[in-house]
Structures are given as C-alpha cells and as structure tokens.
Design a protein. Structure first.
Length: 153
C-alpha cells in the first residue's frame, strides 16, 4: 500500500463554487487556508487550515448536484472550523470589506456537567456557505459562568 503525503481528515466537506477563482481567493488569501493539492480541469482544490480541511470544486452541470443551485448555497448548515486565533482572519475580512454574518462573541455551550467555551464569529463565503470560526476557551463548571456571558443551547 502506498503511503499518503497528506493526512486526510476522516470527514471533509466538498463545496460546489459558482466562481472557483473567487472562492479559492477567499479561503486562501483572506482566511489563511493552504492549498494541499488541486487540478485545473475541472477546477478543484483540497485545502487545510490548522488541520481543518475543506474541498472546493467548480460547478459543473453533470456534477453531484441534488437540486437547483440557488444562492445562498448550503442553507441549513454551518461549518464549525476551530482556529488557534481569530484576530488575523477578522482583520483580513475587514480589510477586504467583507461583512460578518455574526460578530465575534464569547459563547458557552452546556454539556452534561460542564460548560464548553469558545470565542466565535460567522461569515458567509462567496457562495453563501456559512462558516463558524471558533477559538477554544476551555471548560468550566456549570455554575462558573463568566460575568456577562450566556449559555448557548
């Protein structure tokens, strides 16, 4: 068996893009993803950012499309992408004059007996796919909620 050069994640979303070059620029030049490999015909890219992986492919009439492609694409799903820090992406998005879907916030999510915290923001990619970038804030006891924070359900 041939050894792989890329450590592929076990689950990798593949997003159909209406303007492949624009999407590739958004993910790589603005959000800081790295193109691990790709092809030109049809346009495809396999991307990674700190271990989070995503595939982009150009729209083709004979692709794996289950219905009419109407923007925003990906309605009903958001992709949570963990990052070690969020500020560089927020700065790049602001510099590119790209709006956020939700401003940065501190969110605490209730588990069975713990709160799990993250700083997060949401942005839509050029096709409307909703991306939720988050930075881990750790865990707390259920009764140890930071002042001003709220528990997400």
């Amino acid at each position: 068996m041939t050894q792989r050069n890329i450590d592929f994640a076990p689950l990798v979303p593949e997003l159909v893009c209406m303007d492949f070059a624009r999407s590739l620029n958004f993910y790589c030049d603005i959000l800081g993803f790295t193109r691990l490999y790709g092809r030109e015909d049809p346009s495809f890219a396999y991307l990674d950012r700190e271990g989070s992986q995503i595939m982009l492919e150009a729209f083709e009439d004979d692709g794996w499309i289950t219905g009419e492609m109407q923007p925003p694409l990906g309605r009903g799903i958001n992709l949570q992408i963990e990052a070690s820090e969020l500020d560089s992406m927020l700065t790049a998005l602001e510099t590119a004059a790209l709006p956020l879907f939700r401003a940065p916030e501190e969110a605490w999510y209730a588990g069975e007996d713990r709160l799990y915290g993250q700083r997060q923001f949401l942005v839509q990619d050029p096709d409307g796919y909703l991306l939720r970038f988050c930075q881990n804030l750790g865990e707390r006891a259920m009764d140890d909620l930071p002042s001003g924070a709220r528990v997400q359900t």
